[in-house]
Write a protein that binds this ligand. Structure first.
Ligand SMILES: Cc1cc2nc3c(=O)[nH]c(=O)nc-3n(C[C@H](O)[C@H](O)[C@H](O)COP(=O)(O)OP(=O)(O)OC[C@H]3O[C@@H](n4cnc5c(N)ncnc54)[C@H](O)[C@@H]3O)c2cc1C
Length: 493
């Protein structure tokens, strides 16, 4: 039994299969982030990145490139098996993704948000919402060890001054603000603030990994899975192709590399059951290559369709109030503008921990937009592509403006135009939340099984049809719990 990838869908599937007595091999292209480098840190410093920062890049490619209009953020690095990848799908869209044991949980902002039930029912009408909200979302949040900052801590923690400033200004113009659960340990954060433990969230760490405090999957689901004694993780090994023997065995072509990227071994392994959980892009790419390359020609024609960016767009505004020099990288608050009939969105209040008083507040919108793209594999360029165009994010920008414009008007403040490439006000050409490509109930059956391919499953963000209205990992985890409990474990036990 093989699982490709070690992010949210993979970690859940591995744990539940192992608990049911199955031996599981996880194949993960990134490394295990559990041993310190020569500087004593597992992950590099955010403002002094090295090869650990990014997946085989010569230069970092951070979401924000400029400070005061100067392109000073990105720095040259040695190509290495780093933790953050940026995959360029088209001129108008690139996708950030985690690489390593734990997938996106190693690099993400830790916001653990359960979607609005009405929207969940709208996007996945055939999924039993009562079971999701009664059983699988609670199970996912427990497995992820989500916790919520207390009202007292949010009101007083110096590192959340930026959140308080934004919440107050939002409330002044009549917007609703909410506290958001986190997988970062809020007790650890309090200890950081008190100066009794090494800093991580308070030391600008997030997109290149957190050295402390973060309950990433290697500390939760994957640790539990390994604890069963039935799960093995093969790291630095990429699944490069899937074919099938006449007896039904799936054969995976594996390419193992060292941390500098040199190939150390190529081999094939066979398995009777295969779960693709390599993320929206990874799982879709493997299926596209198998179908279009002729190895699995009967895969559904819909593979690649229904891909979306979850309505992601980013921007920042000047404030007329101080937001604090030391800011927690772990967002705990948002503006909930989901009731806006024109352009609904959840708008995160994000930090910009630049190490000086920046007088700015950032926002990442997760907007409800209908735009979807189709992913295809360009064999010549050996790259995944999407027909996503710049204008496809116009609805997300509109949703973000409906939150930020009233605050700018009221407080006589302005958008910052000095952060993104080309002087853009809106960071609309990248996303953190790739979703879809192997949609539940379209490319797969209602539980992630690929029709006509016994023993082949998808169980990750590729199942979610392009948008879920909030940050997605709780949804991905809960759907994976559901598919494991209702299909994968019963099928394979
Ligand atoms: C900077 C950033 C911030 C984010 N913040 C949040 C947040 O606050 N809250 C939230 O809910 N979501 C957030 N997200 C999104 C969230 O992390 C993803 O939605 C989630 O990780 C997707 O889970 P997954 O199981 O689909 O795949 P992933 O977590 O992406 O895991 C897929 C794994 O498969 C591996 N893989 C891919 N292809 C292959 C292959 N061919 N062979 C072997 N291994 C392979 C990858 O290396 C990776 O480890 C953020 C993402 C980023 C990048």
């Amino acid at each position: 039994m093989v699982i490709v990838g070690s992010g949210y869908g993979a970690a859940v599937t591995a744990l539940r299969l192992a608990e049911a007595g199955r031996e599981v091999l996880i194949v993960e292209m990134g490394r295990a982030w559990n041993s310190p480098g020569r500087d004593g840190r597992v992950f590099c410093k955010t403002l002094q990145p090295d090869g650990r920062a990014m997946w085989f890049k010569r230069r970092t490619e951070a979401p924000i490139s400029n400070i005061f209009g100067l392109p000073v953020v990105d720095q040259p690095i040695t190509p290495w098996a780093g933790v953050l990848d940026r995959v360029h799908l088209s001129d108008a869209m690139s996708v950030f993704a985690g690489r390593g044991v734990g997938g996106g949980s190693l690099v993400n902002g830790g916001m653990a948000v359960t979607p609005k039930r009405a929207y969940f029912e709208e996007i996945l009408p055939f999924v039993d919402a009562a079971a999701m909200y009664g059983t699988y979302f609670p199970r996912a949040n427990a497995g992820l060890r989500a916790n919520t900052i207390t009202a007292a801590a949010l009101a007083s923690t110096p590192a959340y001054r930026y959140a308080r400033v934004a919440m107050k200004q939002a409330a002044t113009v009549g917007l609703k603000t909410v506290t958001i659960p986190q997988v970062y340990d809020m007790d650890y954060l309090a200890a950081e603030q008190a100066g009794t433990v090494p800093r991580s969230a308070l030391r600008q760490e997030v997109i290149y990994g957190n050295n402390h405090g973060k309950r990433s999957l290697d500390h939760t689901y994957l640790a539990d899975a390994l604890g069963t004694g039935r799960v093995t993780i093969q790291t630095l090994t990429r699944v490069d192709g899937i074919r099938r023997e006449p007896d039904g065995t799936y054969v995976l072509a594996l390419v193992q590399i060292d941390e500098r990227g040199h190939v150390v071994r190529r081999r094939e392994i066979g398995c009777g059951a295969l779960v693709l959980a390599a993320g929206s892009l990874g799982s879709t790419e493997l299926l596209l290559r198998a179908r279009d390359g002729g190895a699995l020609p009967d895969l559904p024609a819909s593979v690649g369709e229904g891909w979306g960016n979850n309505g992601n767009v980013m921007a920042a505004r000047w404030t007329n109030d101080r937001v604090g020099v030391v800011q927690s990288t772990m967002p705990v608050a948002a503006i909930d503008n989901w009731d806006d009939p024109v352009a609904p969105a959840l708008v995160e209040i994000t930090p910009f921990p630049m190490g000086f008083e920046s007088m700015m507040v950032g926002h990442l919108a997760v907007a409800k937009i209908p735009e979807r793209a189709t992913l295809r594999y360009d064999a010549k360029a050996a790259a995944l592509r999407a027909d996503w165009q710049r204008g496809d994010n116009a609805g997300a920008i509109r949703a973000l403006k409906r939150v930020m414009d009233p605050m700018n008007r009221k407080f006589r403040t302005a958008y910052r135009a000095d952060l993104f490439r080309g002087g853009r006000i809106f960071g609309d050409d990248f996303c953190y939340h790739p979703l879809g490509g192997c949609q539940l109930g379209k490319t797969t059956d209602a539980h992630g099984r690929i029709p006509g391919h016994r023993g082949l499953y998808v169980n990750d963000g590729a199942l979610v049809p392009g948008s879920v209205g909030v940050n997605p990992f709780v949804t991905i985890t809960a759907l994976a719990e559901r598919n494991a409990a209702e299909a994968i474990v019963p099928d394979l036990s």
